[in-house]
Write a protein that binds this ligand. Structure first.
Ligand code: NAD
Length: 534
């Protein structure tokens, strides 16, 4: 659970969690980026605290594994109830440390609730032993079983853009798999993750989930004690984690940055494309790994699309407070994000781009105006680097082929969208794109379908989260068990001492099962001019 001395002091929306004494030792202060107000302070945990947490988790993990998926389902569904009962409070906490509008803040608990339902109910089926058919008749003498046994301690390290959902999206499948979880949330937004730990404690669940707060050094210490590392964050940090895991020979999965393209083809419903791309690029102020970050539009509809997109973006309501639905776009997470967004806009303008709307901060906290950029080319940082902010650079293309070529011209490959009136064409273009997910006539749709894998190609990641059974099996070591079906002899044919006649029989049977044509019985065929044996 969260360390008892953690201070959480939410003032923006009234008192949420009673404050206790400021933690002893080094602390990290948490600010609301919209107002600059300090909303909490958490321990900056050192490597000893991380090691101690991992030791505690290991002590209890075997019991958690032993209760099986059906037992774990009960606890996960209790956590789901807790999330439902506390949704508004959790929204307060998320809002307090992110400066998101109310709707965006509430997405964190709501999304987590949906995911718990999926994995809590299906884990039993996903983790059931497999009995694969033997690859050859010779294997029929054994019962074959694949068993899914969890990694004891899964370390999960998360970023700040969805401070409750981002942790929950990986914590839930790992817990469902039977692992114990050590979660290190972003130092920018640790309070929401601590709420998840509070929920786990309040439902009285077994002590197999702990949150440890701190910065990069704490994250490194988590990597050093975990049996599997699930990381979400920047590509730069992902590289360091991959190297550290390689050194320890522990497996990992990395969900990293993106520069997602949207392709608008001339036969598209331009109104839908303009609305979808406005949302896809500017939801959560563009701080979504799968935000639309660059738009390619076929020449015949370019002017119409740009006019509609700009009108949509100008109409957005930006602000911090207010009830659900009062504002569409809120704050950026911190000053560093503002600096990146401003730099991308300024560099583009200096190189000849035009700002059609937005382009600067609003003057309130870290709020940055939703921005549309045109006259953009593929050398500009706003097209080549991840912005993670509220900008939409739009590029005119001659045709579909050029759009696909430019969309694939990136070191990232997280997701993409294709907008077209022809669904078959959309699917064909999707298959030509180098991206882990492609949505036709939609944005983020893959994210709301847990049966699909969510993973990046290229520098956007290694491995994937979710994807049905894979989402829990990834947190498991697979164990192969063979048990004889038929009565056994004293010795198998190929055991010592080697006996040429028995070996001939054994290897002859293997060749008969695996080879083709006359080679099955040891007669070589003749190679044809195509090199195919008769
Ligand atoms: P970040 O890489 O700076 O930090 C992420 C986490 O890693 C934080 O908890 C941080 O404390 C920790 N960390 C930093 N150095 C570490 C180290 N050496 N060892 C271990 N842990 C360390 O990323 P960020 O700025 O918090 O998040 C923004 C990035 O996250 C963007 O690039 C975004 O695209 C990416 N992201 C990806 C996905 C996805 O699913 N692909 C989802 C959300 C965000």
């Amino acid at each position: 659970m969260a360390e008892a001395e953690t201070t959480i002091n939410i003032t923006q929306k009234g008192s949420v969690t009673a404050s206790t004494a400021r933690p002893d030792g080094p602390v990290i202060e948490v600010r609301n980026p919209g107002t600059g107000e300090i909303v909490g302070a958490v321990p900056d945990s050192d490597a000893d605290a991380v090691t101690a947490a991992a030791r505690r988790l290991r002590e209890h993990q075997r019991d958690w594994e032993a209760i099986g998926p059906a037992g774990r389902k009960e606890w996960l569904l209790k956590l789901q109830d807790w999330l439902i009962d506390n949704t508004q409070t959790l929204g307060d906490v998320v809002q307090s440390e992110t400066g998101k509008p109310r709707v965006d803040a509430l997405i964190d608990p709501r999304f987590s609730i949906d995911l718990i339902g999926y994995y809590a109910r299906r884990a039993e089926k996903f983790l059931a032993d497999d009995h694969p058919a033997p690859h050859s008749p010779l294997g029929r003498v054994k019962k074959l079983t694949t068993v899914y046994r969890p990694y004891p301690v899964v370390g999960i390290i998360t970023p700040w853009n969805f401070p409750l959902a981002m942790p929950a999206l990986d914590v839930i499948p790992a817990l469902a798999a039977g692992a114990a979880v050590l979660l290190k949330p972003s130092e920018v937004t640790p309070l929401s993750a601590l709420e998840l730990a509070r929920g786990w404690a309040e439902i009285g669940a077994p002590p197999i989930f702990e949150v440890i707060t701190g910065g990069g050094a704490t994250g490194s210490a988590v990597v050093a004690v975990s049996d599997y590392v699930q990381f979400t964050g920047s590509t730069a940090t992902g590289r360091k984690i991959a190297a550290a895991c390689a050194e320890r020979l522990v497996p990992y999965s990395l969900e990293l940055g993106g520069k997602d393209p949207a392709i608008v083809l001339a036969d598209a419903d331009i109104d839908r494309a303009a609305h979808g791309i406005t949302f896809g690029g500017l939801f959560n102020s563009g701080q979504v790994c799968i935000s639309v970050e660059r738009v390619y539009v076929e020449a015949p509809v370019y002017d119409e699309f740009v006019a509609k997109l700009t009108a949509n973006v100008k109409a957005l309501r930006q602000g911090l407070d207010g009830p659900e639905g009062a504002h569409d776009v809120g704050a950026l997470a911190n000053e560093s994000q503002v600096e990146i967004v401003q730099r991308h806009v300024d560099e583009a303008v200096a190189a000849g781009a035009t700002v059609l709307t937005g382009g600067k901060r609003t003057g309130v906290g870290t709020l940055f105006e939703p921005t549309v950029l045109v006259d953009v080319d593929h050398t500009m940082s706003c097209v080549t680097e991840e912005t993670f902010g509220p900008t939409l650079p739009v590029i005119k293309v001659a045709d579909e082929a050029q759009a696909v070529r430019l969309a694939n011209d990136s070191r990232y490959g997280l997701s993409a969208s294709v907008w077209t009136g022809d669904k078959k064409r959309g699917e064909r273009v999707a298959r030509a794109l180098e991206a882990g997910a492609v949505n036709v006539n939609d944005v983020f749709s893959n994210l709301f379908n847990f049966a699909l894998p969510m993973g990046g190609w290229g520098e956007s990641g290694v491995g994937a989260r979710w994807g049905g059974a894979d989402g829990v099996r990834k947190y498991c070591r697979r164990q192969a068990i063979t048990v004889p079906i038929l009565p056994t002899q004293q010795r198998e044919l190929i055991w010592f001492p080697y006996d040429p006649s028995k070996l001939r029989l054994a290897f002859g049977a293997m060749r008969a099962a695996g080879a083709r044509g006359l080679r099955r019985v040891g007669i070589s065929g003749t190679a044809t001019t195509q090199g195919v044996a008769k």
